[in-house]
Design a protein around this ligand. Sequence first.
Ligand SMILES: [Ca+2]
Length: 326
Amino acid sequence: MRLVEHLRLGEAAAVAASVDPVARASAREGLADSEAASASAETLWAAGRVALGLGRALDGLRAALDAARAISPDATLEERLARAGLDATARARVAAAAGALEAPAPASDGAVGALHGAQFVAAQEASDTLRRALAPRLLDEVGLGRLRRARLATALAVVVGVALLALWPTLFPAPRIDVRASAYRVNDTVETWPPENAVDRDETTYWHLPPGEAGWIELELTPPRHVSALRIMNAHDNHVRDPHRADRRPFHQASREIRVHAFADGQRVAEVDATLEPITDWTRVTIPLGGADGDGGGLDDVERIRIEIRSFYEEGGGLAEIEVLE
Ligand SMILES: [Ca+2]
């Protein structure tokens, strides 16, 4: 209900309608004076000119209380604050700060003590509370309409923002690549060379086909995207040249002839043949994927890329890394 009132401003409109336009204009000036006094109080206080700062803070509160008088000239302070829209807690706080206005202000910075510090804070808070509550009650119809629209726009922006945040992962899924293969090598129960090894950004891990078999590896792109080329690092066995691993049974396994198939909207949109060399020095080869007309401009909305390993060096085929270039 508070939100509805916040947007509708019905109470504020009722109070505003009961205020004489001349009194309203002078009260609005009072609020502006109050705001200026509070701001300069903050600056003075922060600069160490605390006696002057406290004086300005109290001026700010006086001006805000005077503005409250404009909307209910004959009421008590308590009634006036209630009519300004303050709840009981805020009324008590503002009334306490207003009561302290009677005390004599310190004449010099040296006379400012801890209690004055508390008084400064209380006065600034009370002025701010009162100004916020009073401002809509001192608007005319045009001003109220403008405030209603501004508050409605803010509320709508929050609602849209929250909804967008909730729907974001569905609307804009994080780009993902899933990988699968016709088969992969399992040397024993411990060592395996699964297809995930070809997209883990680690040059020392490989997808290997079982020895002696042709096969394929496939990348599924979510969401589908523009692909200009693949960068491929062939499989290799970096243990072969490692003297510390002489006990290990070395093997060579690398792909030779490959065929790349790209799919978009369920249709095959490219088929490119390439021959890979056994790698030296961690080299990668780039395979451009042009359109059907081979213009080299890449392919749009690619959802799936299959790399067929048609022949291999030594024991069998495999790949260390596949990068999708957009
Ligand atoms: Ca890898």
